[in-house]
Ligand binder design. Structure first.
Ligand code: NAP
Length: 454
């Protein structure tokens, strides 16, 4: 489809865009390089002021930006507006804390004086996905701009209006021309950018193939890359857990963003003693979800973002069922216009089926039963991914073992996995490289410079 807004609720082509020419791209890279020379000298208090103004604008126009996201990729309007509010939060968080995070760190050595300072790298290329069109960009941009880097955004091709709106918003907030630019280009033009001396480093959130492609290009040019890729997060429920709280969180975690969240709970690993009760309660809640027009405030689940995502999910469910899984509820696309899929629960997931090995990016819960703690941990770790993990228990030994032994970038005990500007976010194994958010995320795109003076 190229670069375009296509409403996934209706299939209507809302607006199409021409990719920019090679000459226009070159001009933007020059502009970024020029902007960086000046921007890195700007006092951090001034950068923080602009970021606060960006937060003000996000809050003032949250309905407008929320609606834009809903039309472009189908998330329910209430969560779209909440996403804009969260972007304001990450801007204020870094505006308030970046100066402290970037304070020189004295370290005693044999020198008269030795310490570490933190400096920007230059223009950072951000390749971003459509699932959180604003949040993914702001969680990159807020820390990167506070360090003194400049940003180049290659957003997903189905959210071009969000990409352009963010560029305009940051300009309106006061950031100088060239400090943050949107590049309307296809994915095929990303790898060559890594060879360009005007691009210092890159970050990508998206699928494994996209991550690998960028990592190869970054490797060939020996440039830093941060990758936030897929996940198949476990959500473990043990007998001592508060079952109702666990079920409520399970529904939210699986259904947020119509099921298209990297840190969604995807594999529900439930102790045999409570598995029937958990399944029963979860099924009741799935059946009660309101699926429909995401612009209506009462809608819980909207469409998937593109026809391709719907087809992929349908293929995964069919294949898993063909190999022996049972459908508790749902299990099919909805018979209506748009890319809607029924909230679905599958149990008895067979070995060597997509339900064991692949990420399901949609409203499908995969249920597994285990006999004990060891079984829960083994199954949770039996995946190539390692993004987040949620474990529900009130047993102290179990808590300690989940914290120590779950292979993931984060473990949430008695809570669903979520991102928070104050906490580092990222994965291990095939879920990614590096971290976003927190102080750790801010330092990913800094030159951590050692100073030694005698
Ligand atoms: P995607 O196809 O990988 O797209 C993500 C971005 O990468 C888009 O901007 C896309 O551009 C670009 N891209 C695609 N192929 C590329 C290539 N070969 N080289 C360079 N750039 C390329 O992924 P998606 O389907 O939009 O997103 C879903 C995936 O992202 C899921 O696996 C999900 O778990 C993951 N995700 C991870 C996180 C996290 O933080 N870990 C957060 C959100 C999503 P075009 O649109 O132009 O193709």
């Amino acid at each position: 489809m190229g670069i375009a807004t296509v409403n996934p609720s209706t299939g209507e082509i809302v607006k199409t865009f021409e990719p920019i020419t090679d000459q226009a791209l070159d001009n933007k890279l020059n502009k970024a390089a020029k902007a960086f020379r000046q921007y890195q000298q700007i006092p951090i208090a001034q950068r923080a002021h602009w970021l606060q103004q960006a937060a003000d604008r996000l809050e003032a126009h949250k309905e407008q930006y929320g609606r834009l996201m809903t039309v472009e990729m189908g998330k329910p309007i209430k969560s779209a507006i909440a996403e804009v509010e969260k972007c304001a939060w990450v801007c204020r968080f870094y505006a308030d804390h970046a100066e402290a995070f970037l304070q020189p760190t004295p370290i005693a050595t044999d020198a008269t004086e030795s310490y570490v300072i933190y400096q920007p790298l230059g223009a950072i290329l951000a390749v971003m996905p459509w699932n959180f069109p604003f949040w993914q960009v702001f969680r990159f941009a807020a820390p990167a701009l506070m360090v003194g880097n400049v940003g180049l955004l290659k957003h997903a091709s189905n959210v071009p209006q969000s990409a352009l709106a963010i560029e305009q918003l940051l300009l309106d907030a006061g950031f100088p021309e060239g400090v943050f630019q949107t590049l309307l280009i296809g994915a095929d033009r990303v790898a060559p950018l890594m060879a360009d001396s005007r691009v210092a480093a890159a970050t990508l959130t998206g699928s494994e193939p996209a991550g690998m492609s960028l990592a190869i290009a970054a490797g060939q040019n020996l440039k830093k890359v941060v990758l936030e890729l897929g996940g198949s997060d476990p959500f473990i429920v043990m007998p001592t857990a508060d079952l109702d709280a666990a079920v409520a969180a399970a529904v939210t975690s699986r259904m947020v963003n119509n099921g298209q969240t990297c840190i969604a709970a995807k594999r529900f690993i439930v102790h045999e003693a409570i598995a029937d009760a958990f399944t029963h309660k979860l099924t009741e809640k799935f059946a009660a979800l309101k699926v429909g027009d995401p612009l209506l405030p009462e809608t819980d689940v909207g469409p998937l973002a593109t026809p391709k995502i719907l087809q992929d999910l349908d293929r995964q469910v069919r294949e898993t069922v063909l190999r022996g899984a049972k459908v508790v509820i749902g299990g099919h696309p909805l018979d209506r216009p748009g890319d809607f899929y029924a909230p679905t629960i599958l149990t008895d997931i067979p070995h060597h089926s997509p339900g064991r090995t692949e990420e399901f990016f949609g409203p499908v819960a995969l249920l597994f039963r285990v006999m004990d703690l060891d079984g829960a941990i083994d199954l949770a770790n039996a995946t190539q991914f390692g993004l987040g993990a949620s474990a529900w228990t009130n047993d102290l030994t179990e808590k300690a073992r989940f914290i120590q032994e779950l292979q993931a970038g984060s473990v949430f005990v008695n809570g669903m996995v979520k991102s928070d500007p104050r906490l580092p976010f990222g994965g291990i194994k095939r879920s990614g490289i590096g971290r976003e958010l927190g102080r750790e995320g801010l330092l990913e795109f800094a030159n951590i410079k050692t100073i030694w003076v005698q």
